[in-house]
Design a protein around this ligand. Structure first.
Ligand code: NZQ
Ligand code: ZN
Length: 392
């Protein structure tokens, strides 16, 4: 086990009706003037936003709102939120939604706490985040895990560059998780979420490091639970037990727990960000479209690791490591398909891409040669190109 530091400070308030306590939580964390951030309208339609606003009014909290966050959230709206927040004298940012809303809220919080610094500089690593405002979350979709993660992902709408920022200042103060709030999700979004939750653990599980018994067991248990309940939730979005398991797994999968003591891979995430950046593809769907190609390209690096995954997660008894690995990859890809997720570029709806596009995706992914990606197998420019080509 490698040395690690684990810090997961977000307070989790889980269960039916918990959103009614949102105002109290904001007060506990010092909030009095709040910016509520939300997405394209699902929370307006469901009445959730009105309930939250009512609870804030009842608790004597002043607030203003910013709606319109799109999936693959745009930098320009976060900048607008910073401006709005500064003008209103905001001291707390409340995200009501999913990963896109939460990441926008994180960006806004950094911007309000650092007036005069353009927030994209944090994402470009030109300026370090050293202070931010507190952020709270009312979660409406089990997927990105941003509600407890140290990460935030934004897209610069001028260059269509999608970038993640990791900092402890990205950890929300609290998250309210009522699984019933996910009942209105379209099946496609539930499936995207299932893939993303699995990928946050798979991108940690496939590591060159061994000797992490408890971390591996936690990861495998989480994957089994998500696979089982993902099927149920896509079939029946209002199954409370399945929705509950997915919601809790979504947070545990990305708060760091399932990869402690080992190097993280995250190559599939890096590959997928270029697809979302260029084609505005849904995050979970672009992961599903790429993972099989990544796995088939890299498994020979350490087939034993895939064989362990085969046995523990899929119950595959084959003794031959390579055969077990291939079977597990096929099963995982077939599972994504069974949820209605794409497993190639054409299924993702972006068609078969030209050589020029593949080269461009590759260049962007490796920052024009300035970086490699992945740890399970370190991928250079030509590896990245081959994986995109396989998925094409
Ligand atoms: O915008 P509205 O109308 O709310 O609709 C949203 C959106 O269209 C809809 N939705 C959410 N909750 C709903 C609902 N529709 C009906 N009922 C509900 N209860 O779902 C759509 C997708 O929302 P989004 O917030 O984009 O989903 P998700 O949570 O999957 O977030 C994806 C974003 O998070 C980033 C992704 O790259 C992507 O930009 N990620 C953030 C991470 C982090 N900060 O730690 C890690 C992840 O790996 C990921 O990269
Ligand atoms: Zn993800």
């Amino acid at each position: 086990m490698q040395s690690f530091s684990f810090y997961s400070p977000t307070k989790v308030i889980f269960g039916k009706g918990t959103e009614l306590g949102t105002a109290d939580e904001i007060k506990k964390f010092g909030g009095s003037r709040v910016l509520i951030v939300y997405g394209g309208g699902s929370v307006v339609k469901s009445g959730l936003l009105a309930r939250i606003e009512q609870s804030l009014t009842g608790a004597g909290l002043a607030f203003t709102s910013l709606g319109g966050v799109k999936p693959n959230p745009r930098l320009f709206l976060a900048r607008e939120g910073v401006q709005k927040g500064i003008e209103f004298g905001v001291n707390f940012v409340l995200a009501v939604g999913g990963g896109s809303v939460i990441d926008t809220a994180k960006g806004i919080a950094h911007g309000i706490a650092n007036p005069g610094t353009d927030i994209w500089k944090f994402w470009l690593k030109e300026v370090e985040v050293t202070k931010s405002l507190p952020v709270g979350v009312v979660l409406t979709i089990s997927a990105a895990g941003s509600e407890t993660s140290d990460s935030a992902v934004l897209t610069d709408d001028e260059t269509w560059t999608k970038r993640g920022l990791s900092t402890e200042f990205n950890r929300p103060k609290f998250v309210v998780m009522n699984p019933e709030l996910t009942y209105t999700l379209p099946k496609y979004q539930i499936a995207c979420g299932v893939v993303d939750i699995m990928m946050h653990t798979l991108d940690r599980y496939f590591t060159p490091d061994e000797g992490n018994a408890i971390t591996d067991e936690i990861a495998e248990a989480l994957l089994r639970v998500v696979i089982k309940n993902g099927r149920v939730a896509v079939e029946n979005p209002t199954d409370y037990d399945a929705a509950s398991e997915l919601m809790w797994c979504g947070s545990l999968s990305h708060n760091g727990l399932t990869g402690l003591g080992a190097k993280k891979d995250f190559a599939t995430h890096q590959l997928s960000h270029e697809l979302s950046g260029r084609f505005d593809a849904a995050h979970g769907a672009s992961l599903a479209a790429l993972w099989g190609s990544w796995a088939r390209y890299t498994y020979q690096e350490k087939p034993e690791r895939f064989a362990r995954f085969a046995k523990s997660v899929w119950g595959i008894a084959t003794n031959d490591c390579k055969l077990a690995a291939q079977e597990a990859i096929d099963k995982t890809v077939a599972y994504f398909s069974s949820l209605g997720m794409p497993t190639s570029f054409s299924e993702l709806g972006i068609g078969v891409q030209s050589e020029e596009v593949l080269q461009d995706l590759t260049d962007r992914c490796v920052f024009h040669g300035a970086r490699t990606i992945g740890q399970f197998k370190v991928l250079n420019r030509s590896d990245v190109y081959e994986i995109y080509k396989l998925a094409n």
